[in-house]
Design a protein around this ligand. Structure first.
Ligand SMILES: NC(=O)C1=CN([C@@H]2O[C@H](COP(=O)(O)OP(=O)(O)OC[C@H]3O[C@@H](n4cnc5c(N)ncnc54)[C@H](O)[C@@H]3O)[C@@H](O)[C@H]2O)C=CC1
Ligand SMILES: N[C@@H](CC=O)C(=O)O
Ligand code: NA
Length: 430
């Protein structure tokens, strides 16, 4: 007997899910052990969706009714955002439906409620597409690495911002032009503020940290900075240092293991760093585990077809579970580790200062760093006279110490302005 699938949302990802379901119907049926049949497709404006693969009678604007209909076994949610997606999925789970979703915003805001409801009814919630699109990452973290101790997860998890930064770096494109291209290619969120201000990456970081450290982490716990402040000058400065600028998500245990840090911000990476070569809308994530060592996951992080691949992989998995009367592994949050404040995070920094080119300037600047316990790795001067700029790279320092140093520097009469402050991530301190 066929398993009936309700599709909620039919935009970039949803329409590709429909196409793949139709194209691969026989193979999917063979893999699952039963055909997967669309029970209905919930859309906002039916007249605007042109999909010859779908019987027009299957379109509905009543997502709420479709999600709990008796004949529906599996609900696939690709609407996005918090509401109505949360209510739709909660009702579906309470009605015993298996759920597949790509909605990281919802999972990072209120995954706990959904998972608790799923536990109560024994329903599956799978969400591989929600982080790093097509890349199998969540199931490896949840299942393959369940016997190891993950120490750090670091990566590029937003395709839109990687596309923009890559275009600015490699083609000299302007920010708005590159964003428009990313939107046209189907990479951006419905409101691209979610991408460029780092909300999307922060939601993904929360999901990754939760799985990696067996701890409940929400988007609100994540330190978030987007890329709107990254200027062409920052990118040029990075280039001069042999670096590129990337938006990174970093989830890390504290050295004593008693807390975790979860942050999203632009950072400079040396060009030889494996993440520096991640171009266009690709994503890549390092997972560092005690026994496995360093693993790297790379692939298409955004776009209709790649994301549909992850959705269909989950669909097959929950369908198989359903037929077997089984359930996928649950979220484990037993560790309950606190998320430490950004000030306690430790990394290196690149600081560019517009200064007066006169004797003693370097000494006053160096004193500010020393006073705050931030050790300087190297200093270089660019320009002379009124155009002089000091570019300083530090060794590892706490974020709070660097912030205090920058406050100090702003008060120095010899420093005209702090032109740029950016974190520098490398594989090892040097
Ligand atoms: N586009 C991408 O590359 C990726 C997207 N995702 C996630 O997948 C989800 C969908 O993303 P896209 O397809 O790109 O967005 P989209 O904006 O292209 O599609 C969403 C669709 O849902 C429809 N919709 C809104 N409210 C509805 C309602 N009440 N009932 C029925 N339909 C409704 C909209 O009209 C739209 O067609 C989001 O959660 C997004 O974060 C995840 C990974 C990659
Ligand atoms: N807007 C997101 C889509 C995938 O999650 C991105 O650009 O990465
Ligand atoms: Na994924």
């Amino acid at each position: 007997m066929a398993l009936k699938v309700a599709l909620l949302g039919c935009g970039v990802v949803g329409s590709e899910v429909v196409r793949q379901l139709a194209r691969q119907a026989d193979d999917l049926a063979a893999r699952v052990g039963a055909p997967l049949e669309l029970a209905g497709v919930a859309v906002r404006r039916p007249g605007r969706v042109r999909l010859p693969e779908v019987d027009p009678a299957l379109f509905t604007t009543d997502a709420a009714a479709l999600a709990v209909r008796d004949d529906v076994d599996i609900v696939v949610e690709v609407i996005g955002g918090i509401e109505p997606a949360r209510t739709l999925l909660l009702d579906a789970v309470k009605a015993g439906k298996s759920v597949v979703t790509a909605n990281k915003a919802l999972l990072a805001e209120d995954g706990a409620t959904l998972f608790a409801a799923a536990q109560a009814t024994g329903a599956d919630i799978y969400y591989e597409a929600s982080v790093a699109g097509a890349i199998p990452l969540l199931r490896p973290l949840r299942e393959s690495l369940a016997g190891d101790r993950v120490e750090r997860v670091l990566g590029i998890v937003n395709g839109t911002t990687n596309y923009i930064l890559d275009r600015m770096d490699a083609h000299g494109s302007g920010f708005s032009e590159a964003l428009e291209q990313a939107q046209a290619l189907g990479y951006a969120e419905a409101d691209p503020t979610a991408d460029i201000e780092g909300f999307d990456a922060a939601a993904k970081a929360a999901i990754l940290a939760g799985l990696a450290f067996h701890t409940r982490v929400t988007a609100a716990d994540v330190h978030r900075e987007g890329i709107t402040e990254v200027s062409a000058a920052d990118i040029a400065s990075a280039k001069a240092m042999g670096c590129v600028v990337k938006l990174l998500a970093i989830c890390q245990r504290s050295p004593d293991g008693s807390s975790v840090g979860v942050r999203v911000h632009p950072a400079m990476l040396p060009r030889e760093h494996p993440l520096a070569g991640v171009r266009e809308a690709y994503n890549a994530v390092f997972v560092e585990a005690a026994s496995a060592g360093r693993l790297m996951f790379y692939g298409a992080g955004a776009g209709g077809a790649p994301t549909a691949s992850a959705v269909l992989g989950d669909l097959v998995a929950v369908a198989r579970n359903r037929l077997a009367g089984a359930r996928g592994p649950e979220e484990t949050t037993y560790a309950g580790l606190p998320v430490h404040p950004m000030g306690d995070s430790v990394t290196r920094y690149h600081v560019a200062l517009d200064v007066a080119d006169r004797p003693g300037v370097l000494a006053t600047v160096a004193e500010s760093f020393a006073r705050n316990d931030v050790s300087i790795k190297n200093v270089r001067q660019e320009g002379h006279g009124d155009d002089a700029q000091l570019v300083i790279v530090t060794h590892m320092a706490a974020d709070a110490a660097l912030a205090a140093t920058v406050d100090d520097l702003r008060r120095l009469s010899t420093v005209r302005s702090v032109a740029s402050v950016m974190r520098v991530e490398a594989l090892a301190d040097g």
